[in-house]
Design a protein around this ligand. Structure first.
Ligand code: ATP
Ligand code: MG
Ligand code: MG
Ligand code: MG
Length: 465
């Protein structure tokens, strides 16, 4: 029967049973006794299964000894207890069928050695074959499944929010335009400028920067909802934590305040960390060995401890008095940079930290004003090694306060009429947050650059595949 390697190694087949595995050669090693040890992986788990194959197996001019890394094969054999270290089972091969040879093995770009992440990024179509890419892919999958399960268990509904949206004040400057116009015959305004108002069948349209405003509408009816989808930001920067296309998880909860969603964020992170440690122990062991020796202990520590909460105002004082020279000095009212976020998480606390109650003027128009008149009920979750992984807030649900804020910011009421309706008809306190999925995967794996935790990174220098 055909078997996946995970099941062979996991002991699903009895010793002596005949099975066929299908996959790719990771390595091959010859012994003096005329035997080849072929390691085959098929993506079902981190490990490869070892097939012990006599070199003369297929014919006298054996194909076995010509197998190189990357060849695709179907190997049939009997399951045997393995004498080698690390694995309980191996295959005593009785037939080796070569499905696809590797042309020019000496120049195969994914030769079995450690490649730099930069190098692998140039081969987005071949890097899935590497150990690291396989491990990232399985962990990413596990985290996504765990996120959906977490919300399902708490009776949240998953809402698809639109990719194409009209302008919103939050993403100004980072918006990708969506156009249906004929670029060789663009409509012009009276002033002779391109009339972008005609972009999308007569309206201006953009790729979404966040599903939040949309998901709020469903929270104000179904109580607990979340969206998990792609978002787009024209970040023309080359940081290791910004992509032009990334995935975001955005829960939104009715009858909730900031403390409620801070707790939700903590519970969610702990839940998905537990899931990945339990379900992807093999891949996490690889990350701990190869990428970051604290990959596992860091998650265990987070699971075992309460999150530290801190007010923005206190954080500013800590940053000012910590004696560290920052590139950007901090004063009350300035937005924190990643160097500040990382200091607080890495050096001050040594774990993720929830920073709350930011100055109103550096935060979005929809955030709920606190009674002090200066701050809003906003939070960021800051993680060691990365900085911000979550941004959230209570939303301003009071119509009079919301209108005042629009006026102050010079935003036209007409454009927010649907959003104002939520405040006019049975308004309710509600709150939510956005978790950047790639930042989560980077934090879990210890991989430094988020370009390496998404299958096809989109950033100023990565859009080829
Ligand atoms: P940053 O300050 O790092 O630029 P932000 O405050 O602009 O992030 P939010 O608008 O709060 O980001 O978005 C919510 C979350 O989405 C962030 O906490 C982060 O995890 C993630 N995120 C934001 N921008 C990007 C990006 N360009 N690439 C990947 N993830 C991102
Ligand atoms: Mg940003
Ligand atoms: Mg930010
Ligand atoms: Mg933010």
């Amino acid at each position: 029967s055909i078997a996946v390697i995970k099941d062979v190694l996991g002991g699903k087949f009895a010793v002596g049973e005949t099975v066929s595995v299908r996959g790719w050669v990771r390595t091959r090693r010859d012994s003096k006794a005329g035997i080849s040890f072929i390691n085959i992986h098929d993506g079902s788990c981190f490990d490869a299964v070892q097939a012990v194959a006599p070199n003369e197996l297929n014919n006298y001019q054996s194909e076995v000894v010509k197998l190189t890394t990357g060849c695709s094969v179907i190997i049939t054999g009997t399951v045997a207890e393995s004498a080698g270290k690390g694995q309980a089972f191996e295959l005593q091969a009785t037939a080796v069928e070569v499905v696809g040879w590797v042309e020019d093995p000496d120049t195969y770009p994914m030769a079995p050695k450690r490649h730099s992440m930069e190098y692998l990024r140039e081969f987005a179509h071949l890097r899935p074959r590497t150990n690291i890419s396989g491990a990232v892919t399985r962990v990413r999958h596990c985290l996504a499944q765990a996120v959906h399960r977490f919300f399902d268990e708490r009776s949240f509904y998953w809402i698809s929010t639109p990719i194409i949206t009209t302008s919103d004040a939050e993403g100004a400057g980072e918006l990708f335009r969506v156009s249906t116009l004929d670029m060789t015959n663009l409509p012009l305004t009276e002033q002779g400028k391109v009339d972008y108002k005609e972009d999308f069948f007569g309206k201006e349209a953009f790729l979404t920067v966040s599903g939040q405003l949309n998901v709020e509408t469903y929270a104000c009816a179904l109580s607990n909802v979340y969206t998990f989808g792609p978002t787009f930001r024209a970040e023309n920067s080359n940081t290791s934590r910004h992509l032009a296309e990334f995935w975001m998880i955005e829960p939104e909860v009715a009858f909730a305040d900031l403390e409620d969603v801070a707790k939700l964020a903590e519970d969610m992170l702990k839940y998905v960390f537990k899931a990945v440690l339990a379900e992807r122990a093999d891949d996490m062991a690889f990350f701990a060995e190869r990428i970051d020796k604290e990959a596992i202990s860091r998650l265990e520590h987070v699971i075992a401890n309460d999150f530290v909460h801190m007010d923005y105002t206190d954080a500013v004082e800590i940053l000012q008095n910590c004696g560290k020279e920052f590139t950007y000095p901090v004063s009350w009212g300035t937005d924190l940079q990643s160097e500040h976020e990382r200091y607080l998480a890495e050096e001050h606390v040594g774990a993720p930290i929830i920073l709350k109650n930011y100055p109103r003027d550096i935060k979005a128009f929809y955030m709920r004003q606190n009674d002090d008149g200066k701050t809003v009920a906003a939070m960021d979750v800051l993680a060691p090694g990365i900085g911000e992984i979550i941004g959230g807030s209570a939303r301003e649900e009071r119509l009079d306060m919301f209108d005042k804020r629009l006026d102050e910011m010079g935003l036209p009421k007409e454009e927010y009429s649907w959003y104002r309706d939520l405040r006019r008809y049975g308004t309710v306190p509600h709150a939510g947050f956005g978790l950047g999925f790639e930042r989560l995967v980077a934090y879990v794996t210890g991989v430094q650059n988020i370009r390496d935790v998404i299958p096809f990174p989109r950033s100023p220098n990565n859009a080829e595949f």
